[in-house]
Design a protein around this ligand. Sequence first.
Ligand code: HXC
Length: 514
Amino acid sequence: MRDKLEELRQMRAKAKLGGGEKRVAEQHAKGKLTARERIDQLLDSGTFQELGRLATHNISDFDMAEKKYPGDGVVTGFGKIDGRRVAVYAQDFTVLGGSFSEVQSHKVCKIMELAQESGIPVIGLLDSGGARIQEGVRSLAAYGELFVRNVMASGVVPQISVQMGPCAGGAVYSPALTDFIIMVRKTGFMFITGPDVIKSVTGEDVDFDTLGGTVAHNVHSGVAHFASDDEGAAFRLVKEILSYLPQNNSEDPPRVTPYDDPGRRDELLDRLIPEDSSEVYDMRQVISSVFDRGSFLEVQAHFAKNALVGLARLDGYPVGVVANQPMYIAGVLDIDSADKISRFVRFCDAFNLPVITLVDCPGYLPGIEQEHGGVIRHGAKIIYAYCEATVPKISVVVRKAMGGAYIAMSSKQMRTDLAYAWPSAEIAVMGPEGAINVLYREELKKAENPSALRKQLLQGYIEKFHNPYSAADMGQIDEVIEPSFTRLRLINALEILRSKVASNPPKKHGLMPV
Ligand code: HXC
């Protein structure tokens, strides 16, 4: 028995070395940690329970018999973050470029199945050249097995992916099926195929960063949700995200001990909205005044900046925040912001996070590019997501709520539970200029003094619609509130809605416009 124990210890020690000292040194030289070092940093000390440490492949083609590494390029298991259980897998780039194999798939799928059945979030640390070329269809099927687990776990347990190396092929498609993607600046990349393959297929010359770096996916494509400066920052971000989330869809999100006075009033809010409704202000100011101090964790902060989405807390309870941002293209809704908002609302609904919506939106963005890009299809996603969501929903019209944007942005008809408005609210089918041109075109043409008539008509329109009172008269707004009382009103509203039970008609699934 002593010999057998020694043999086991040696095998386990070999597994610790990944692809060998030289490759580990190369990994460190690139500013990257190894898979095991990453897991050590991410998890509470001493909590990691590894599974599949000694698993190896059985492929002999392409000299693979000489390239057997215990663990086969991925470290998998369970551990704890801030005392809560997580499933984690970390790909090891020092072993065949972290390429995904049949064995990797068995290991990752095993922990995903256990995690789904036990209601435990899954975190993937990705650093991989995609499907292992030497395994042919085996590695493609291996990815298929992973994708189906990603999809089955979707909406059941939170799934977070951290892109920590040059991730290609399936190493981006699997993350794309998860809830949040964090990219590490300078070392994390995402692409279907790398620059060399692109060069040979299309002849295009492109570097890693331009093709699939943090800017490419956080600013332009919207594929990623966060960018972090280094690996340590990425792990802190994972912990922060998890702190807002339940372990699974049958639990409520965890409340932290309240640290901010629920009755705190920021009187700046009473002066924030400019007199001239074409002037801008920063909606982030409203968010930071209303929600628990410092609790707003913005999601997709660099993509579609005309909308703001993120996680926050009210009196210690986690909530999802959706808002228009007048600082960027007047806060209009367009294709990208529609994708951003609808995805986030659905995420909140899946994990029992109430959705608070702060509205200041002049409408959907007009234009040929938007129309031909499918703004109708994308814009409809917002409506779909709000209507479908059964979590508590509360809206506050801060200023403009015009036309389709009024309806889509959590109006009463979107099954919103409580709708508030500030006295600065402007609720109408369209802005005054547009409305007067449509309604009085002929009169303005014939008028002796068209500019005086225009001024008078505009004034009448503004008096009628640049306030929340006709909407409140009709019950479309439940209460007009003083801005500085918003925090207290929202906390009290959430208290009312905490035991809300709502459902949708039975169906296999709806057909959200995609
Ligand atoms: C097997 C791989 C591999 C792969 C990398 N390696 N990718 N081995 N299968 N997919 C190996 C390399 O041969 C090399 O081994 C080692 O990993 C390190 O790779 P380098 O190329 O030296 O590293 P780097 O220069 O940093 O470039 C990393 C890379 C590049 C950008 C990931 O290796 C690359 O372009 N790989 C192919 C990417 C790709 O096209 N994958 C798509 C697979 S298709 P040695 O021993 O020489 O050091 C796929 C289908 C999924 O995933 C289905 C989706 C729906």
